[in-house]
Design a protein around this ligand. Sequence first.
Ligand SMILES: Nc1ncnc2c1ncn2[C@@H]1O[C@H](COP(=O)(O)OP(=O)(O)O)[C@@H](O)[C@H]1O
Ligand SMILES: [Mg+2]
Length: 522
Amino acid sequence: MSPMQLQNDLSFNGLAILYKIAHILASGQENLQTVMNTTLELLEIHAGMKRGMITILSPDNEEIAVDVARGLSETDKKKGIYRLGEGITGRVVASGRPIAIPTLGEEPTFLDRTGARKGLKHSDLSFLCVPIKAGNIVVGALSVDTVAVEASVTLEGELKFLEAVADLIAQVVQTRRHQYDLIRALEKENSDLKRTLESKGKPDQMTGNSSSMKEVYRQIAQVASSSTSVLIRGETGTGKELVARAIHQKSSCASGPFIAVNCAALPESLLESELFGHEKGSFTGATTRRIGRFEAADKGTLFLDEIGEMSLSAQSRLLRTIQEKEFQRVGGSDSIKVQVRLICATNRDLEIEVHDGRFREDLFYRINVFTILLPPLRERGADILLLADYFVKKYAKLHDKNIERISTHAIDMLSAYHWPGNVRELENVIERAVIVSAENVIEGHDLPPTLQMKEAQLQGCRHDTFENMVAAFEKELIIDALKDTNGNQTEAAKVLGTTKRIIQYKISKYDIDYERFRKIES
Ligand SMILES: Nc1ncnc2c1ncn2[C@@H]1O[C@H](COP(=O)(O)OP(=O)(O)O)[C@@H](O)[C@H]1O
Ligand SMILES: [Mg+2]
């Protein structure tokens, strides 16, 4: 069909082709490229319009890339990237108006960037390009070649026809863009929901947003529903017991009991009877039969705190109980069956304890199925202030005080301190500050001397010798530990992971008045 014919028959043929194209575009085919390709094919076969090309604006409206092109390879398509306003296609997109070039050979701005017309005589070709518009907005362009016409013949009719085709394409592009936006919006909603779910995974009683604590929340959620044994590790006061309770509350045995035993608090001789119970008369002082903590925790959770302090004989008994899921009371022979979820905690390096023969290796593997490591407070960044605020609210309410905020100076002191006693220490510091505070603001002088000392040191330390700085730091650590343990040297040694002998030596070396810390408490 010649262009002349097309022009004459447009009223009829044009409508027939438009109908066919509309039909294809409305077919709801999944792949937009295929639909557009078929459209261009129809234009070529039925309207003699060759090398059809549909270009769609990229979302940032900067580049115009070839989306679909008849007779173009993928590499040639990639070459067909124009800047807005560049070449004829660029001009059509920029202006929103169609352009017809009767004889390509006479057009200096024709770029043929894709190289589709290499080897063709440009004087034999006409080029038509119309915008694809959604409402008033240009979203792309449709272009075709036809056989060149004599200068006297206008290309009006062809342009009108192509504009009608472009309208049809625009509708499809719009619908697809809309669907795309919808999918993007859904994806965003989905990831937002996931994020809120993650923070929802945070146990109610726990405060902190640091990434290391988020990891802890994730682990709690992950392990809670199974009956796996959990080992919680971390320095003293980092919240190990809180995590154990959170796991219990989120577990399937949440309606059962949560029984906590501090293995360090009981003398070795009593721990076994505490855990497993005893029969009347089994040892001096056992005047009645007693139910142990294992029995009490049946269908619930048994939390063994400071498991690293357990004697080797208690360890063997514990291992046997875990393996056989039953045990005998001290001095008894009846086997007692229990269903207990075990959570253990320690601030000791159990690998070293195992290596040094103080902790059974087989028991270690039994209790260490899933490990949760609690980071020390000084590594939790902004959590220090979050927790401080949380404790201010908690203790202001408890002590019926009206405290609105923490002063900047006090915030600096809280942030600079190294918190050897972790969250527990922070909680104590804030409770004390709430009590002593005279106004509705916590000031620097409401904080304990240890924090003041830290500050004085920070200012003066640069002029001091390394040895003196280490000594001052060591002294401070020991004072902190003595405070936490009410002046108990054995306990303080434990907190610092050293021996009582070393602590006694340092106390006399630094002339620390440990009796003072006993008096503070009473
Ligand atoms: N993330 C936290 N949010 C709020 N309070 C905490 C948090 N971690 C610890 N605490 C509080 O600090 C104190 C010490 O926590 P605890 O679980 O006993 O530590 P650990 O067993 O590791 O020594 C408790 O009063 C506890 O409620
Ligand atoms: Mg504890």
